[in-house]
Design a protein around this ligand. Sequence first.
Ligand code: NAI
Length: 342
Amino acid sequence: MTEPLVYVERDRLRTLMKDKLVKAGLPEEQADKTADLLIFADERGIHSHGAVRMQYYSERVAKGGYNLNPDLKFEQTGPATGIYHGDNASGHYVSYEATKKAIELAKTSGIGVVGVKEIGHSGAIGYYARQAALEGMVSLTVCQSDPMVVPFGGSEPYFGTNPIAFGAPRKDDEPIIFDMATTVQAWGKILDARSKHQSIPDTWAVDENGAPTTDPFKVNALLPVAGPKGYGLMMMVDILAGSLLGLPFGKHVTSMYKDLTEYRRLGQFQVVINPEYFGGKEQFLENISQMVEELHANPPAEGFDKVYYPGEIQNDVMKQYQESGIPVTKDIFDYLESDKIY
Ligand code: NAI
């Protein structure tokens, strides 16, 4: 059975999400930025990281799984480096603030590298890539997520879906945003399939016996993308965003769903690069324009309509949703409109 969809105008959906978070107890400024991250995902068709997570976030806020009175601190540790202490506030809000710091460092030093420590879930991390790109910066963002992926050749979950986002600005246009989980699919896609009561391909995940499953409700662990290569990438992410910052790593990272009263203590790692300090900004933007033009001119293979740059499909979806409204399942919409927190 597929849940019926409701099409909601962007700003209305954003307001519904923000208001719910405030009602759950999240401070206004944090709720506003968190809603911004959630709408960023939903309006680009990344529904795994939008409204589908609202009930979870609200419950966690209400149960004390976020620090609602955090002591946020930026500690500069070198000419171009720093640590942003998140004190277990909303990961969306803290990561946005930390990216601002990395951009400031890159403006004055050519590069800004900021470790973001002790945060809640930070959502669709392409947001931070876009944030840096809108300031003319190239960036790399990686973050930890809870252990739910079998290592290549293993049978028990060890790493998270540890995503990688890369962003590059474009001249007068939406930036390039390459933003991927290091698993075949993000956990949110399993949640999305659950909410829509749809089956999943047998290449995404395994059940509790380590066997491939098509039932999203039977998923026990996810599979790394491209076997040992995805496994290596998720390890790289965990070393940068976890071990390097002195945070819990691998299977010691807290679980998203197990105990909603505890702080997550997650890490994120933010690298922002100023093209002015390398080949120069103008030349860089020209090169990117040429690259995108050449990719668009590449003849599509059979079964494809065109060659897209990373993030382009999401930009096209955004234009469609401006006409149609953003699709949300009716049960999520009803929840958002209700007085219920969880
Ligand atoms: P995806 O598989 O839908 O897309 C990955 C990338 O490939 C995107 O940049 C997309 O633009 C690009 N792409 C897709 N089809 C394309 C095509 N035909 N041509 C050119 N480029 C194409 O993304 P995935 O892996 O499902 O991740 C979804 C979201 O989940 C991301 O926003 C990620 O940040 C988020 N995530 C967040 C986590 C967290 O703990 N904060 C954990 C895991 C994922």
